[in-house]
Design a protein around this ligand. Structure first.
Ligand code: SF4
Ligand code: SF4
Length: 76
């Protein structure tokens, strides 16, 4: 059986500066805002629709603070 790939979005909260580039540019609308902030008071993105992530890694490439990255998970 061919394995499918699913993607997990990881956000390193303490690095995030709340610019929301990742939220604005994600072409699949995976990311959103839920009103939470990190210890420095910067607003954090949240993962609103993980299942629709295509793994394009645009969020990872755009983040100026290396605070978001994508993991690939092979599932049956
Ligand atoms: S692009 Fe990076 S720094 Fe900006 S909100 Fe997203 S995770 Fe935070
Ligand atoms: S990898 Fe692509 S689809 Fe997934 S959250 Fe990042 S920008 Fe959106």
């Amino acid at each position: 059986m061919k394995k499918k790939t699913r993607y997990s979005v990881r956000i390193i909260a303490e690095r995030c500066k709340g610019c929301m580039f990742c939220v604005s540019f994600c072409p699949a609308g995976v990311l959103g805002r839920d009103g939470t902030a990190n210890a420095r008071g910067y607003p954090l993105p949240c993962i609103a629709s993980a299942a629709v992530c295509t793994g394009c890694a645009l969020c990872q490439k755009l983040c100026p603070d290396f605070a978001i990255f994508i993991e690939s998970n092979h599932v049956r």
